[in-house]
Write a protein that binds this ligand. Sequence first.
Ligand SMILES: [Zn+2]
Length: 426
Amino acid sequence: MKIPLDIAALGARAAAMIDELGAISASPDHLTRLFLTPEHRRAADIVARWMAEAGLAVSEDAMGTVRGHWHPAGRDAPRLLIGSHIDTVVNAGKYDGPMGVILGILAVQEMVRAGFRPPYGIDVLAFGDEEGTRFPTTLSASSAVAGVFPPASLAAVDAEGISLRDALVAYGKNPDEIPAAAYDPGKVIAYVEAHIEQGPVLEAEGEPLGVVTAIAGASRLSVTVTGEAGHAGTVPMRMRRDALLGASEMALAVERIAKADPHGMVATVGRMHVEPGSINVIPSRVVFTIDLRSSSDMSRREALTRFEREAHRIADQRHLGVVISAFHEVATVPCYRDLQLRLRNAVADLGHRAPSLPSGAGHDGQAMSKLCPIGMLFVRCRNGVSHNPAEYTSPDDMGLAAAALIRFIERFQLPQLDSSTSGAPT
Ligand SMILES: [Zn+2]
């Protein structure tokens, strides 16, 4: 059977739900909803109510993840997981995270209404800690579900000195029960997430939906350049050892390296600290950061080697010192090829093309990939803006995304993925 779809109605419901969740904030002026706060509690309660109304059995795990279970094939049948997160950054938009949870609920609701019964179960998951805004941890909710939560993270503290452990207890949770939040890998078919693109590619291509190829790996470096301070009026140009000019040349080298990469590498120098920072003193020391992302780990590593070589060449030429240290490293997580294909076919059913694109931002799928194959559907957002109150996705695009999830589930009759096309990481 093909479930009848009213895309405009689905979109209108998604938009109303987005607005309802978007109103739950720590501040009346803007949207801020951090992990394990009273706002998280209120949002989780609304999501639980929606799940129950959609016909799902609701539970909540020890990390605060709200889980809606639909088991038309019995409790022991394998599960398809659909989810996203309901926490936000400070001064956030309404769509990043909540949209994926809402679309999962709407998709199941339509299936229940239509009397469609897949030979597997579906769990909709609303994670509470994707943004990593409150604690210096990230993906702790999805890590618990995937069975890879590191217990040491319980000691992480927020800006007020409250540990994750104490925050969980205050939220009514027992941290000792976190291991029980893990799914049995043998019982999980896949994890699928719909998320706003957070970039401008789909809008530029004129397509509402895209299929994610991989969640890009990232490297973060801190680069310290040392020269010599001196009087801005008395030291001749040829005799200077200006740390800022060297650092600037290195930043341009990073740009050149990223632009030359065939895998769409992106590199950002987002912070630069200049010492002594005086209008009439030649800079003696500069510390700057590099954030480098690519869906190819190999080209990311090659780019780092090239940058190191370039930085030392520039430093030698200018008689400067340079020290490079890597302080953050995350590997690329490829999306499962078979899921990419199935998502693309589902979108094609709706008359759209679904371009392939990597995700430059991190997602819960990174943790979920430790449990099962993952797939992601991107939804066009206006001007590519996210983490900002101006974030916007149209009701029509959300309706299409819900419809694509429905078509995806409908076609997903065999709870077996074709592993022959699982493929090598891109
Ligand atoms: Zn997100």
